[in-house]
Structures are given as C-alpha cells and as structure tokens.
Ligand binder design. Sequence first.
Ligand code: RAT
Ligand code: ZN
Length: 412
Amino acid sequence: MPMRTTIEKIVAKTLAADIHTHLYTPEFGPQLQLWGIDELVTYHYLVAEQFRFCSLKPEQFWAMSKEQQADHIWKLLFVDRAPLSEACRGVIAVLKAFGLNTSAPDLKEARAFFRAQDAHQHIGNVLKLAGLTEVVMTNDVFDPKEVAVWESGVRRDPQFHAALRIDPLLNDPAVGKKIAADSGAPDEVTAARKFLDRWIERMKPLYLAVSLPPSFQYPEDSLRGRLLRDVIFPTCKANNLPFAMMIGVRKRVNPALVDAGDSLGHADTSVVERICLENPDNRFLVTMLSRENQHELCVAARKFSNLMIFGCWWFLNNPSITREITTERIELLGASTIPQHSDARILEQLIYKWAHTRRMMVDVLDEAYRALAEDGRVATEKEIQQDVEQMFRGNFQQWVGGGRRNPVAALG
Ligand code: RAT
Ligand code: ZN
C-alpha cells in the first residue's frame, strides 16, 4: 500500500482524546452545555467575523435574541457570500456530516434536525463522528453557574473529564483577597491552598489550568508569583496533577465584542523554561497563542522532559498555521507532543475541528515519513500506528494519568 494511503487509514481510524474543550454534559444545564445550529452559527469566532461584513454596532448585535443573531450571521456569512473562513467552513462541515443542506437559504431545516436529537444519544454520535474516546472540560470554579452544579453533586460522565481552571485566582488580585476574607484564613496563600484542596477533592480534575497574558513573568514579586510558587506548584505536586499554562492572551482589546474581543501577543518563553527548571517534579502542559513563540517553545521542550506542548490554540487553529507548527514540532520533538485539542465550545464543533486536524496530520506525517524514507528508512505500518496513537492519546493518557513520564528522554 502506498505510504500516504497507509497514513490516511491510520489517522482516520485512530481514536483521540481531546485535552482542552469548553464542552459539558447535559447535567450542567443549558447555559453551559451548548449544542445545535444556533450555538454553532453564533460561535464567538463567527461573531467577530460578521462585524467585518456589516455596519452593525456591537450593542445592536447583542440586543438581538440568539435566534436573530444566528439568522443574521447565516445570511451575512453563508448566504450572501461563500463561507470561506476556517470557522465558517466548520459549520459547513458539521451540516454535511449530518446530511443537511450546506447551501440552505435559512436555518429552518437545521433547527428541526437538532431539535429532534436526544441530548445523550447525540453526544455519543458526535464523539463517534469525531473519532474521540473522551474530552476534557474547562471547569471554572469562579463561575457561579458551575459552582452550583458541582455543589449539587453532579453525576459524572466518564467520557467528560474535569479540568480545574483558575484564571481569576491568578489574574485578579481581588479574588485572592476575597477567598481569604470569605474563609477567615490569615492570608491569600493559606486560603488559596485550602480552596484548591477542596475543589480538587470535589472535582477530581485531570489537571489545573490557567490562561495568562503575554506579559506573564516568573518568578515575580506579585500575588500571582507567590501563589504559583507557594500554592499552585506544591498543590499540583502533592496531588500528582499537571499544571496547564495557556500563555499569550490579551483579554478584551475590544471589550464591546465580549468573548470575540480578545487578542494575542508574543510572550517570554524563558519563563516556561524557568518554571520547568525550578519544579522538576511537576509536570507542565503548555500552549502559547502567538505563532512567534512556537519555535522557542519546541526548543524548551527539548530541554525539559517535564514539559508537554499541546495544541495549536485558538487563533492558531487554522490549517496554514497548524501545518507549520505541527511540522516544526515533529521535526524537533518526534511524536512527544500532543498536536491538537479542539477548544470546542459547541458540541458538534468536535466533528469539524477533529476532521481538520486529521486532514492536517495526514499531510504533515506524509511529508515526515517520506523524508525519512528518502534518508534511507521506510517506517513500518506498526511504527506509524504507534506514533499516531502516542500523539492522539498516549501522551495525553500518560501525562494526565498520574504516572511520572518521559516520552523521549530530553533530546539535548
Ligand atoms: O478558544 C476560545 O474559545 C477562547 O475563547 C478561549 O476560551 C480559550 O480557548 C481559553 O481557554 O481561554
Ligand atoms: Zn479554551
């Protein structure tokens, strides 16, 4: 069988684990568990794009109901013109996957289709279509909607893992003070430690996570610096949990756009190196948002085997860029990376985001194994299978599975 056909077959049939999503099960309630055509079409990536093609003011857009927003975006981005962007093509790919009209003049047919689905069965179908074994949620313990669900003792779906997300604690000094005041603890550090211990016990997360600005520094004489050193790293170590750092987001550069108003910036990769060096017994999962950080991050992972790079995050999740970054990672790190996560916020996005990842992986691996063959070694089908399994699921399982791991000893 020609090599590309073998790679296509393996990539298509190898199941993946999705290490970072914003998805929930129905038990979390309709405000958190998003699915269906109106949510798909009003995805915040598309909210940002529709402002490129009309003169609506943000306040006029937000004044519309969800259905009105979806109708408006559908007409503007999908009917009046070809839906060219990555986020637009994603909606088209989802419609196609369910046999729905991708050139529909309106959303009637799609609405009827999604309304007719049983929520639990639909989740199963979507995971199957996306080729996934499991997904990791993003559980914000500072969101009262989530807190209420967790405190009610929510039933855990084994395919949906928790990740304890702590952005407000690390990015807003007022939050640390409030936790201390609420708990009567003498200081933020003591209060935060107790707070996290309680949530780890309740949530049983696979990892702790934070998103950080490009200006992120460590060590630093700030509350964030102290919390990282005295609370986060020791807590993760004591509980044998990785710490995920998602670095490079500039929040609300255009606040009126809400979630669609965030941007990115080049961050300092030496901070990641320092953290890995000073905490050799901790495991770190790192993704960076700026394309300009990617090469440095690969080199950092060659130096520190407690660093696992994951995903082409958010604005990077476009085929031209994922291809470049994944090629670079494989050239520098072999299969010792987690090439992609979906970041899906709406259930059915799993279908297109993973289809696009698989398409990209075939191209990247085809080139990599072809180069290897030209240099004198034809990889066997078994070897290709092993690499794809490691990148799609093995690195995830070992990294979050509690075991100290070393995918490939530091490469020098
Ligand atoms: O990709 C996104 O949807 C962003 O809005 C963020 O949620 C980002 O992925 C994050 O996890 O902070
Ligand atoms: Zn995310």
